[in-house]
Ligand binder design. Structure first.
Ligand code: S0N
Length: 272
Protein backbone atom coordinates (compact mmCIF):
# COMPACT_ATOMS: atom_id res chain seq x y z
CA UNK A 1 0.00 0.00 0.00
CA UNK A 2 1.24 3.51 -0.82
CA UNK A 3 0.78 5.49 2.36
CA UNK A 4 1.39 9.21 2.83
CA UNK A 5 4.15 9.72 5.38
CA UNK A 6 4.12 13.27 6.74
CA UNK A 7 7.42 14.95 7.56
CA UNK A 8 7.88 15.69 11.29
CA UNK A 9 11.12 17.68 11.08
CA UNK A 10 13.93 18.41 8.68
CA UNK A 11 17.25 16.66 9.16
CA UNK A 12 20.24 16.25 6.85
CA UNK A 13 21.16 12.58 7.23
CA UNK A 14 17.89 11.03 8.35
CA UNK A 15 14.23 11.32 7.39
CA UNK A 16 11.72 11.70 10.21
CA UNK A 17 8.10 11.10 9.28
CA UNK A 18 4.81 9.93 10.73
CA UNK A 19 1.66 8.16 9.65
CA UNK A 20 -1.34 7.37 11.81
CA UNK A 21 0.52 7.44 15.15
CA UNK A 22 3.58 5.61 13.80
CA UNK A 23 6.91 7.44 13.48
CA UNK A 24 9.37 6.32 10.81
CA UNK A 25 13.05 7.17 11.20
CA UNK A 26 15.08 6.46 8.06
CA UNK A 27 18.87 6.63 7.88
CA UNK A 28 19.24 8.46 4.59
CA UNK A 29 22.79 7.88 3.33
CA UNK A 30 22.21 5.26 0.60
CA UNK A 31 25.47 6.29 -1.14
CA UNK A 32 27.30 4.74 1.88
CA UNK A 33 24.91 1.85 2.53
CA UNK A 34 23.34 4.05 5.24
CA UNK A 35 26.50 4.08 7.37
CA UNK A 36 26.24 6.52 10.26
CA UNK A 37 28.42 9.55 11.04
CA UNK A 38 28.33 11.54 14.30
CA UNK A 39 25.83 13.85 12.60
CA UNK A 40 23.59 10.87 11.77
CA UNK A 41 23.66 9.62 15.35
CA UNK A 42 23.03 13.13 16.69
CA UNK A 43 20.00 13.40 14.42
CA UNK A 44 18.81 9.91 15.41
CA UNK A 45 19.04 10.97 19.06
CA UNK A 46 16.97 14.08 18.39
CA UNK A 47 14.34 12.05 16.55
CA UNK A 48 14.09 9.38 19.26
CA UNK A 49 13.80 12.13 21.92
CA UNK A 50 10.93 13.65 19.97
CA UNK A 51 9.27 10.22 19.66
CA UNK A 52 9.43 9.93 23.45
CA UNK A 53 7.79 13.33 23.94
CA UNK A 54 5.12 13.19 21.22
CA UNK A 55 1.89 11.93 22.80
CA UNK A 56 0.33 10.83 19.55
CA UNK A 57 3.27 8.62 18.54
CA UNK A 58 2.76 5.03 19.74
CA UNK A 59 5.28 2.97 17.78
CA UNK A 60 8.56 3.79 16.00
CA UNK A 61 9.96 2.16 12.86
CA UNK A 62 13.72 2.38 12.21
CA UNK A 63 14.94 1.72 8.69
CA UNK A 64 17.33 2.81 5.92
CA UNK A 65 16.73 4.37 2.53
CA UNK A 66 16.57 2.07 -0.50
CA UNK A 67 16.61 -1.67 -1.07
CA UNK A 68 20.28 -2.33 -0.38
CA UNK A 69 21.04 -1.47 3.24
CA UNK A 70 19.36 -0.94 6.57
CA UNK A 71 22.66 0.34 8.01
CA UNK A 72 26.28 -0.67 7.43
CA UNK A 73 27.56 0.64 10.78
CA UNK A 74 29.97 3.47 11.43
CA UNK A 75 31.10 5.45 8.37
CA UNK A 76 34.68 4.33 7.70
CA UNK A 77 35.42 7.63 5.95
CA UNK A 78 35.21 9.47 9.26
CA UNK A 79 36.63 6.78 11.56
CA UNK A 80 39.67 8.22 13.27
CA UNK A 81 41.61 7.76 16.47
CA UNK A 82 39.18 7.55 19.38
CA UNK A 83 35.98 7.36 17.35
CA UNK A 84 34.11 8.87 14.43
CA UNK A 85 35.09 12.46 13.66
CA UNK A 86 32.89 15.15 12.10
CA UNK A 87 33.73 18.79 11.33
CA UNK A 88 34.49 19.76 14.93
CA UNK A 89 37.40 17.31 15.14
CA UNK A 90 36.04 15.56 18.24
CA UNK A 91 36.01 11.72 18.12
CA UNK A 92 32.67 10.22 19.17
CA UNK A 93 31.04 6.80 19.67
CA UNK A 94 27.62 8.35 19.91
CA UNK A 95 25.71 5.42 18.43
CA UNK A 96 25.93 4.01 21.97
CA UNK A 97 23.58 6.78 23.13
CA UNK A 98 21.14 5.88 20.36
CA UNK A 99 21.22 2.21 21.43
CA UNK A 100 20.32 3.25 24.99
CA UNK A 101 17.55 5.55 23.77
CA UNK A 102 15.96 2.75 21.75
CA UNK A 103 16.06 0.38 24.71
CA UNK A 104 14.65 2.96 27.11
CA UNK A 105 12.02 4.47 24.84
CA UNK A 106 8.73 3.54 26.58
CA UNK A 107 7.17 2.66 23.22
CA UNK A 108 7.85 -0.30 20.90
CA UNK A 109 10.55 0.15 18.24
CA UNK A 110 10.52 -2.07 15.15
CA UNK A 111 13.67 -2.47 13.03
CA UNK A 112 12.44 -2.57 9.44
CA UNK A 113 15.48 -4.25 7.89
CA UNK A 114 15.53 -3.62 4.16
CA UNK A 115 19.01 -4.95 3.23
CA UNK A 116 22.42 -5.15 4.92
CA UNK A 117 22.38 -4.84 8.71
CA UNK A 118 26.11 -4.99 9.26
CA UNK A 119 28.53 -3.96 12.03
CA UNK A 120 27.08 -1.15 14.13
CA UNK A 121 24.00 -1.41 11.88
CA UNK A 122 23.52 -4.98 13.04
CA UNK A 123 23.64 -3.85 16.67
CA UNK A 124 21.07 -1.16 15.92
CA UNK A 125 18.53 -3.74 14.71
CA UNK A 126 19.33 -5.98 17.70
CA UNK A 127 18.48 -3.32 20.26
CA UNK A 128 15.10 -2.65 18.65
CA UNK A 129 12.20 -4.50 20.30
CA UNK A 130 11.21 -6.35 17.14
CA UNK A 131 12.89 -6.98 13.79
CA UNK A 132 11.02 -7.52 10.56
CA UNK A 133 13.28 -8.18 7.59
CA UNK A 134 12.87 -8.29 3.84
CA UNK A 135 13.98 -11.49 2.14
CA UNK A 136 17.06 -9.72 0.70
CA UNK A 137 18.32 -8.68 4.16
CA UNK A 138 21.82 -9.73 5.24
CA UNK A 139 23.04 -9.76 8.82
CA UNK A 140 26.49 -9.84 10.37
CA UNK A 141 29.25 -8.32 12.43
CA UNK A 142 32.51 -7.22 10.81
CA UNK A 143 34.43 -5.69 13.73
CA UNK A 144 37.39 -8.07 13.96
CA UNK A 145 37.81 -7.73 10.17
CA UNK A 146 37.78 -3.94 10.04
CA UNK A 147 39.30 -2.93 13.39
CA UNK A 148 36.38 -2.42 15.74
CA UNK A 149 34.07 -4.27 18.13
CA UNK A 150 30.98 -3.64 20.23
CA UNK A 151 31.40 -5.54 23.48
CA UNK A 152 28.27 -3.95 24.95
CA UNK A 153 24.78 -4.79 23.70
CA UNK A 154 26.43 -6.02 20.50
CA UNK A 155 27.95 -8.88 22.50
CA UNK A 156 25.89 -9.60 25.62
CA UNK A 157 22.46 -8.86 24.20
CA UNK A 158 23.32 -10.73 21.00
CA UNK A 159 24.31 -13.74 23.13
CA UNK A 160 21.03 -13.53 25.06
CA UNK A 161 19.18 -13.75 21.77
CA UNK A 162 21.16 -16.32 19.78
CA UNK A 163 23.13 -18.08 22.54
CA UNK A 164 26.80 -17.85 23.50
CA UNK A 165 28.19 -20.25 20.89
CA UNK A 166 26.39 -18.61 17.99
CA UNK A 167 27.30 -15.10 19.23
CA UNK A 168 30.96 -16.10 19.29
CA UNK A 169 30.65 -17.54 15.78
CA UNK A 170 29.05 -14.32 14.53
CA UNK A 171 31.84 -12.15 16.00
CA UNK A 172 34.86 -14.40 15.55
CA UNK A 173 34.20 -15.41 11.93
CA UNK A 174 32.48 -12.23 10.67
CA UNK A 175 30.28 -14.20 8.27
CA UNK A 176 27.11 -12.89 6.68
CA UNK A 177 23.73 -14.53 7.33
CA UNK A 178 20.55 -14.51 5.27
CA UNK A 179 17.26 -13.24 6.64
CA UNK A 180 16.01 -16.84 6.98
CA UNK A 181 19.12 -17.82 8.95
CA UNK A 182 18.70 -14.77 11.19
CA UNK A 183 15.06 -15.71 11.76
CA UNK A 184 16.06 -19.27 12.71
CA UNK A 185 18.59 -17.83 15.20
CA UNK A 186 15.82 -15.79 16.83
CA UNK A 187 17.23 -12.39 15.76
CA UNK A 188 14.36 -11.71 13.37
CA UNK A 189 10.65 -11.95 14.13
CA UNK A 190 9.47 -12.32 10.54
CA UNK A 191 10.83 -12.35 6.99
CA UNK A 192 8.69 -10.97 4.17
CA UNK A 193 9.19 -10.13 0.49
CA UNK A 194 10.79 -6.70 0.06
CA UNK A 195 7.64 -5.10 -1.34
CA UNK A 196 5.66 -6.30 1.72
CA UNK A 197 8.14 -4.95 4.28
CA UNK A 198 6.58 -1.63 5.15
CA UNK A 199 3.02 -2.99 5.09
CA UNK A 200 4.00 -5.79 7.46
CA UNK A 201 5.71 -3.37 9.86
CA UNK A 202 2.73 -1.00 9.83
CA UNK A 203 0.37 -3.94 10.47
CA UNK A 204 2.45 -5.05 13.47
CA UNK A 205 2.54 -1.44 14.72
CA UNK A 206 -1.23 -1.06 14.30
CA UNK A 207 -1.81 -4.32 16.20
CA UNK A 208 0.33 -3.05 19.08
CA UNK A 209 -1.59 0.23 19.00
CA UNK A 210 -4.74 -1.76 19.86
CA UNK A 211 -3.00 -2.98 23.04
CA UNK A 212 -2.70 -1.05 26.32
CA UNK A 213 0.23 1.38 25.92
CA UNK A 214 0.99 1.26 29.62
CA UNK A 215 1.04 -2.54 29.60
CA UNK A 216 3.48 -2.47 26.65
CA UNK A 217 5.63 0.10 28.46
CA UNK A 218 5.77 -1.97 31.65
CA UNK A 219 6.52 -5.23 29.87
CA UNK A 220 9.31 -3.56 27.86
CA UNK A 221 10.80 -2.20 31.10
CA UNK A 222 10.45 -5.64 32.71
CA UNK A 223 12.18 -7.40 29.81
CA UNK A 224 14.98 -4.80 29.96
CA UNK A 225 15.29 -4.98 33.76
CA UNK A 226 16.27 -8.61 33.76
CA UNK A 227 19.27 -7.80 31.53
CA UNK A 228 20.18 -4.24 32.46
CA UNK A 229 20.86 -4.65 36.19
CA UNK A 230 20.63 -1.50 38.29
CA UNK A 231 19.83 0.66 35.23
CA UNK A 232 17.01 -1.71 34.28
CA UNK A 233 15.60 -1.66 37.80
CA UNK A 234 15.78 2.15 37.77
CA UNK A 235 13.70 2.19 34.56
CA UNK A 236 11.06 -0.19 35.94
CA UNK A 237 11.06 1.62 39.29
CA UNK A 238 10.54 4.95 37.51
CA UNK A 239 7.45 3.51 35.87
CA UNK A 240 6.20 2.28 39.26
CA UNK A 241 6.71 5.78 40.70
CA UNK A 242 4.84 7.33 37.79
CA UNK A 243 1.87 5.02 38.47
CA UNK A 244 2.03 5.71 42.24
CA UNK A 245 1.80 9.44 41.54
CA UNK A 246 -1.59 8.82 39.92
CA UNK A 247 -2.99 7.56 43.26
CA UNK A 248 -4.77 9.62 45.92
CA UNK A 249 -2.41 8.07 48.45
CA UNK A 250 0.58 9.82 46.84
CA UNK A 251 -1.37 13.06 46.43
CA UNK A 252 -2.27 13.01 50.16
CA UNK A 253 1.41 13.14 51.12
CA UNK A 254 2.07 16.23 49.00
CA UNK A 255 -1.19 17.92 49.99
CA UNK A 256 -0.51 17.39 53.71
CA UNK A 257 2.96 18.92 53.37
CA UNK A 258 1.60 22.04 51.63
CA UNK A 259 -1.32 22.32 54.13
CA UNK A 260 1.16 21.95 57.03
CA UNK A 261 -0.69 19.01 58.60
CA UNK A 262 0.07 15.36 59.30
CA UNK A 263 -0.75 13.15 56.31
CA UNK A 264 -3.63 10.71 56.83
CA UNK A 265 -2.52 7.50 55.13
CA UNK A 266 -4.74 5.23 57.27
CA UNK A 267 -7.62 5.20 54.83
CA UNK A 268 -5.61 3.70 51.98
CA UNK A 269 -5.82 -0.04 51.26
CA UNK A 270 -3.05 -2.46 52.20
CA UNK A 271 -3.59 -5.00 49.49
CA UNK A 272 -2.65 -8.63 50.24
C1 S0N B 1 27.57 -3.37 3.44
C2 S0N B 1 28.47 -4.11 2.46
C3 S0N B 1 28.52 -5.60 2.80
C4 S0N B 1 27.90 -3.92 1.04
O1 S0N B 1 28.78 -4.52 0.11
P1 S0N B 1 28.60 -4.24 -1.47
O2 S0N B 1 27.23 -4.63 -1.90
O3 S0N B 1 29.75 -4.90 -2.16
O4 S0N B 1 28.66 -2.65 -1.64
P2 S0N B 1 29.93 -1.72 -1.51
O5 S0N B 1 30.46 -1.42 -2.87
O6 S0N B 1 30.90 -2.27 -0.54
O7 S0N B 1 29.27 -0.42 -0.84
C5 S0N B 1 28.72 0.63 -1.61
C6 S0N B 1 29.38 1.91 -1.16
O8 S0N B 1 29.07 2.11 0.21
C7 S0N B 1 30.25 2.32 0.93
N1 S0N B 1 30.12 1.83 2.31
C8 S0N B 1 29.52 0.71 2.73
N2 S0N B 1 29.62 0.59 4.05
C9 S0N B 1 30.30 1.66 4.49
C10 S0N B 1 30.72 2.09 5.78
N3 S0N B 1 30.45 1.40 6.91
N4 S0N B 1 31.41 3.25 5.84
C11 S0N B 1 31.66 3.98 4.74
N5 S0N B 1 31.30 3.62 3.51
C12 S0N B 1 30.61 2.47 3.38
C13 S0N B 1 31.29 1.51 0.18
O9 S0N B 1 32.61 1.93 0.50
C14 S0N B 1 30.91 1.80 -1.24
O10 S0N B 1 31.42 3.06 -1.60
P3 S0N B 1 32.23 3.26 -2.99
O11 S0N B 1 31.19 3.11 -4.05
O12 S0N B 1 32.79 4.61 -2.91
O13 S0N B 1 33.26 2.17 -3.05
C15 S0N B 1 29.90 -3.54 2.44
O14 S0N B 1 29.87 -2.21 1.94
C16 S0N B 1 30.56 -3.55 3.77
O15 S0N B 1 31.03 -4.57 4.22
N6 S0N B 1 30.63 -2.37 4.41
C17 S0N B 1 31.39 -2.17 5.61
C18 S0N B 1 30.59 -2.69 6.78
C19 S0N B 1 31.37 -2.60 8.04
O16 S0N B 1 32.41 -3.19 8.20
N7 S0N B 1 30.82 -1.89 9.00
C20 S0N B 1 31.37 -1.83 10.29
C21 S0N B 1 31.80 -0.44 10.60
N8 S0N B 1 32.17 -0.42 11.97
C22 S0N B 1 31.27 -0.32 12.89
O17 S0N B 1 30.08 -0.20 12.70
C23 S0N B 1 31.83 -0.32 14.25
C24 S0N B 1 30.92 0.21 15.31
C25 S0N B 1 31.73 0.93 16.30
O18 S0N B 1 32.74 1.43 15.96
C26 S0N B 1 31.33 1.06 17.70
C27 S0N B 1 31.66 0.02 18.56
C28 S0N B 1 31.33 0.11 19.89
C29 S0N B 1 30.71 1.26 20.36
C30 S0N B 1 30.39 2.30 19.47
C31 S0N B 1 30.71 2.18 18.13
C32 S0N B 1 30.32 3.28 17.22
O19 S0N B 1 30.19 3.06 16.04
O20 S0N B 1 30.06 4.42 17.67
Amino acid sequence: MNREWKKISDFEEILFEEYNGIAKITINRPRYCNAFTPKTTWELSQAFSLCREMQHISVVLLTGTGDKAFCSGGDMNVKGRGGYIDGDGVPRLSVLDVQMQIRRLPKPVIAMVNGYAIGGGHVLHLVCDLTIASDNAVFGQTGPKVGSFDAGFGASYLARIVGQKKAREIWFLCRQYTAEEAERMGMVNKVVPFDRLEDECVEWAETMMERSPLALRMIKAGLNAELDGQAGIQELAGDATMLYYFLDEAQEGGRAFLEKRKPDFKKYPKMP
